[in-house]
Design a protein around this ligand. Structure first.
Ligand SMILES: [Fe+2]
Ligand SMILES: [Fe+2]
Ligand SMILES: [Fe+2]
Length: 383
């Protein structure tokens, strides 16, 4: 019996590890989601920046690849995908968009091993002449890796507008003297004309497969707090309450234990991904170099299951969305939570969820909301 027990314990641990690894790999795709389409911007920038960086700067290929993959993560929740912003004023229409290099770096910095990636990412909108953001650094003050990221990032935006390498270069020419180091840009022009990168825009399935296999070769293990830090990027789409996903996961786990007969794994996974869906409005133009969300999901077994449960399993979706509502309400209170706050939330849910689930939510909130929300309220008071 003992053997079976330990066996299944480790099997479960393996599943958790696999789920976290899937999330880490899937986030660069899902943070580029416009409607049901994944535009693969960060994937293309990752390939271009790592190849350019390795060729001319002797930069670490993997660090550059990861910098490309996560550089716009902090923009999730903005009014438009950063690749659709072409001039500086487009970024400053929305403060969230203007802040995205800082937010991306803030998230990546939480991973010890990704700190060098964060240092590159935070500078990916600095201009050579000092006219960029957020620090207005110029020339030699900007990391060469960040300058390479800047060029490939702009180039992808130009490709999406023109569809052809020569046309995209023509479009960039006007920005080049202000934004890029002249020597680096000349090298880039030669690099993009002589390497065969057109498939990135014209055969997105191939780009997707290549990106997946690259990601599979990168071995990083994650713990709970790192994964939930990455997921914070998705918490802010509709309400600025960081940590929402993690609190929903914690509450759902407690409630399923309270109900007793519910298999917690599926519920916990569904709670973990419940904010990871469309992050930007569908794009109105044509999608060059994009793939369907379904095509990406095929590569992620546990993630697909979690999304399917949220869509099709009435019990899972009811409970997760009820708890999502609970957290949205309770995390807004500025001072301590009162009996009335709970009653408001519970009376809203009454009739909307199964009575047994409602009772379990009630018991869990009574017992645990202090510890879950107290720190948050304290922290807000300190700010
Ligand atoms: Fe960006
Ligand atoms: Fe970008
Ligand atoms: Fe939610």
């Amino acid at each position: 019996l003992e053997e079976i027990f330990t066996g299944s314990f480790f099997a479960k641990k393996e599943r958790i590890k696999k789920f976290y690894t899937e999330l880490f790999r899937a986030i660069p795709f899902f943070s580029d989601q416009e409607g049901d389409t994944i535009n693969l911007h960060q994937v293309r920038v990752a390939f271009l920046a790592s190849a350019l960086g390795a060729e001319i700067l002797e930069a670490n290929r993997i660090l550059m690849f990861l910098a490309g993959l996560y550089h716009d993560l902090g923009a999730v929740g903005a009014s438009l995908h950063p690749v659709r912003a072409f001039s500086l004023s487009d970024y400053f229409v929305d403060p969230w968009l203007a802040n995205h290099p800082l937010r991306s770096a803030q998230i990546l910095r939480k991973f010890d091993r990704l700190k060098p990636v964060a240092s590159i990412v935070v500078e990916h909108h600095e201009w050579y002449d000092g006219g960029g953001f957020p620090f207005k650094k110029k020339a030699g003050e900007i990391l060469p890796e960040a300058q390479a990221l800047r060029i490939t990032d702009s180039f992808d935006a130009a490709m999406l507008l023109t569809g052809r390498i020569d046309e995209a270069l023509k479009l960039l020419e006007k920005k080049a003297s202000r934004e890029f180091d002249g020597d680096l840009y000349s090298i880039f022009k030669h690099f993009i004309k002589t390497n065969d990168f057109e498939f990135l825009w014209h055969q997105p399935q191939t780009a997707l497969e290549l990106a997946i296999s690259q990601l599979e070769s990168i071995k990083i293990l994650f713990d709970d707090s790192e994964i939930f830090c990455l997921l914070k990027a998705f918490d802010v789409k509709r309400y600025p309450q960081p940590g929402h996903t993690r609190r929903v996961r914690d509450l759902v786990a407690l409630i399923s234990a309270e109900i007793g007969y519910v298999q917690p794994d599926a519920l916990i996974r569904a709670a973990t991904v419940h904010e990871v869906y469309t992050v930007y409005e569908p794009y109105k133009g044509s999608y060059l170099g994009a793939v369907d969300k379904k095509e990406v999901l095929e590569y992620f077994e546990l993630l697909s299951e979690a999304f399917a449960d949220l869509e099709k399993d009435p019990f899972v979706s009811e409970l997760v969305y009820a708890v999502c509502y609970v957290d949205r309400k309770l995390s807004h209170y500025e001072t301590g939570l009162s009996e009335e706050d709970f009653l408001d939330v519970l009376s809203y849910l009454n009739g909307r969820v199964n009575p047994e689930v409602l009772l379990a939510i009630n018991r869990v909130l009574k017992e645990h909301s202090e510890s879950i929300y107290k720190d948050m309220i304290k922290r807000r008071r300190l700010l």
